[in-house]
Design a protein around this ligand. Structure first.
Ligand code: ZN
Length: 439
């Protein structure tokens, strides 16, 4: 994932443009993404798809002809969506178009101006202080034309049409944690799920520019949103900070409970916070007219780390280990959703005799005791109304333990699945056939 990010890092992304297409094509080397091109001017909900923005070159030259600010050195130097401009001006006038971070004099800030026509440059404050009062040549060789907004989409069909939505933004230029880490984790998650043959849910992956991308997708796919039963926006997953899960607007959706369970038992430092209409595309998915069960997972939350939206959000800030941990948490959440089923105990009057079926260990041990406890909890609460996630929450036991217990009980015919949400094994008959004949 880190190597993949390294390849994507220099590409100049924005809400539209060739950099986004290149990014999606690179993702496509790993998963068979579908690209959708939506024309500029298309009305989308209360918005309009903007003109397409591309950069040929951008710089500021001093009197000697030296590039003192150069887009070729870092794409962060140019304010994203800067309109074309060429001219010469004194530093006093140029300053109105320059942005720095005086409190972090070595870092270049990241600025955008999507919906206001302007041009500007970002640079390290230390560099700005070295500029003398002279005349500077400014070149913003960009184009802003009718073109397209590019969306990347990958639908992995499962056994049922109910969907899990995984969405990540692709609109940031050379910044690593925000948003290349989200792109990398979503791509790898899709790769793993594609190889899983027992997928119950369908998975819809969206790689889209922030805000306008999700608004465009929602506008064009309103009829598909009913199928979305769970969802996550993924971003800022590569730093070493603790995990942050932001609940969906609903607050108690299955995804909210699943993410909470996984993080609680993960051993990683984490925080679970309530929904707020800020952050990434969960704002759109959770707007009241959609109110989809979509939460947001990150490590240090967006805007909460020093390097956020600066040149210090680079490939050093992101570690392979942190990316790997994030992927494992995302996979555990998916596993929980996949495995969260509701069963009925087939022998609900008194406990079934477990020892006879090899389900009660004759020799104790701490691990065995926990396995045992999981079996007793699943048997007791499987009354066709408690899901395994309910049982995890009541018992305090980790979900995978309960899932394993349920699988063992199913094999012994002591549980049965409900007809509408039956766990889809290769041989469904096996579920109802007890291994040990009572007679
Ligand atoms: Zn951002």
């Amino acid at each position: 994932m880190h190597d993949f990010m390294r390849g994507l890092f220099p590409v100049c992304r924005s809400i539209t443009g060739d950099g986004n297409r290149e990014t999606l094509h690179r993702i496509r080397q790993w998963i068979p993404l579908e690209l959708h091109e939506v024309p500029s001017g298309t009305p989308v909900l209360d918005w309009t798809v903007p003109k397409e923005w591309n950069v040929q070159d951008a710089y500021i030259k001093d009197a000697s002809g030296r590039r003192v600010v150069d887009f070729q050195a870092s794409n962060l130097h140019l304010v994203s969506y800067s309109v074309p401009f060429r001219g010469t001006m004194p530093l006093t006038e140029l300053r109105q178009h320059l942005f720095t971070l005086p409190e972090r004099p070595d870092w270049i800030p990241y600025r955008t101006s999507y919906y206001e026509e302007m041009w500007g440059f970002c640079l390290a404050d230390r560099e700005l202080r070295l500029l003398d009062e002279g005349t500077y040549e400014v070149c913003v060789d960009t184009s802003m034309k009718d073109g397209h907004l590019t969306l990347g989409e990958y639908l992995l069909e499962g056994k049922i049409e109910d969907e899990v939505l995984i969405s990540t933004h692709i609109c940031h230029p050379s910044l690593a944690n925000d948003n290349l880490s989200g792109i990398a984790v979503a791509t790898w998650l899709a790769g793993y799920l594609a190889r899983r043959r027992d997928r119950r849910f369908s998975y819809r992956f969206l790689f889209i520019p922030g805000t306008i991308g999700s608004i465009t997708w929602l506008a064009l796919n309103q009829q598909k949103t009913d199928a979305i039963k769970h969802g996550l926006t993924v971003s800022c997953l590569g730093d070493r900070g603790p995990f942050t899960y932001k609940r969906s607007r609903r607050g108690d959706a299955e995804i909210d409970r699943a993410a909470g369970q996984v993080l609680h038992h993960s051993g990683f430092d984490h925080e679970v916070v309530n929904f707020s209409p800020y952050g990434y595309d969960e704002r759109q998915y959770c707007s009241p007219g959609f109110n989809l069960p979509v939460g947001s997972i990150s490590r240090t939350a967006h805007g909460r780390y020093r390097e956020y939206h600066t040149s210090a959000d680079d490939l050093e800030l992101v570690t392979p280990q942190a990316l790997g941990e994030s992927l494992s948490v995302a996979l555990s959440i998916v596993d929980l959703l996949e495995g969260n089923e509701t069963y009925a105990n087939t022998n609900p009057r008194g406990e079934p005799q477990l020892g006879r079926r090899g389900l009660y260990p004759s020799v104790g041990g701490k691990d065995l005791e926990v396995e045992q406890l999981a079996i007793l909890w699943v048997l007791n609460l499987s009354d066709a109304s408690h899901s395994l996630l309910d049982i995890a929450e009541v018992s305090g036991l980790a979900f995978p333990l309960l899932r394993r217990a349920a699988d063992r009980l199913l094999r012994h015919g002591l549980l049965e699945g409900l007809p509408d949400r039956r766990r889809a094994f290769g041989d469904a008959d096996e579920l109802s056939r007890p291994e040990v004949d009572v007679e």
